[in-house]
Design a protein around this ligand. Structure first.
Ligand code: ZN
Length: 198
């Protein structure tokens, strides 16, 4: 039913496609936007478009960046021989926030999930293997403690073991089923420090 006129309905419809936004929140946001100064709406729209157009994968670690290399990969201060494997760019951000990890990352953009039909070729695994040809001494697997995260961790450790590179898994200080993004920094650090070789 079109209560509000087609343009408002269209805006509500588009907003409700975003993750975590149901029809009610979409309605609230739409009415908020309509009451915002036009300038501010333009800035918002421009920021969305610019980000969408310019953000790409870092050519080393595959996190999202607007440069060829992300700031971590571009830094000479970082230890490029230690790679922490995470599922998403948000997980990378969570570890960066602790300020205590000095290695580099590899972002898989997902995890293996036979249930959802996501196999090793659907995430950035080939790219990880490619990186291991360089001078890498340790791979820290920091995928989530979900079934998918654990499956992925096992797969990666088997894959890397043959190469003789040390493989470790973050400690289970991260709660089972836990999404790394929402875990506090202390817990993350404890998980990292308590990592064990697998
Ligand atoms: Zn990078």
């Amino acid at each position: 039913m079109n209560y509000y006129g087609s343009q408002i309905s269209k805006l509500i419809e588009e907003l409700s496609r975003l993750p975590g936004i149901g029809p009610k929140s979409a309605g609230r946001l739409a009415f908020h936007m309509i009451n915002m100064p036009e300038e501010q709406v333009e800035q918002l729209a421009e920021a969305m478009l610019c980000a969408r157009k310019n953000v790409r994968y870092c050519k080393e670690c595959y996190t999202l960046t607007d440069q060829e290399l992300c700031p971590v990969c571009a830094s000479r201060e970082r230890d490029h021989s230690t790679i922490m494997v995470v599922e998403t760019a948000r997980d990378l951000a969570a570890y960066e926030k602790t300020g205590k990890y000095n290695g580099v990352y590899h972002v898989l953009h997902g995890a293996i999930s036979p249930m959802l039909g996501i196999g090793p070729n659907d995430i950035k695994l080939k790219e990880l293997v490619e990186r291991l040809r360089g001078e890498i001494t340790e791979v820290i697997i920091a995928t989530n403690s979900t079934l998918e995260g654990e499956t992925t961790a096992m797969y990666i450790s088997k894959l890397i073991k043959q190469s003789g590179i040390k493989v470790s898994r973050i400690a289970s200080g991260v709660p089972v089923g836990g999404d790394l993004e929402y875990i506090d920094e202390v817990t993350l650090l404890r998980a990292l420090e308590g990592r064990t070789e697998i």
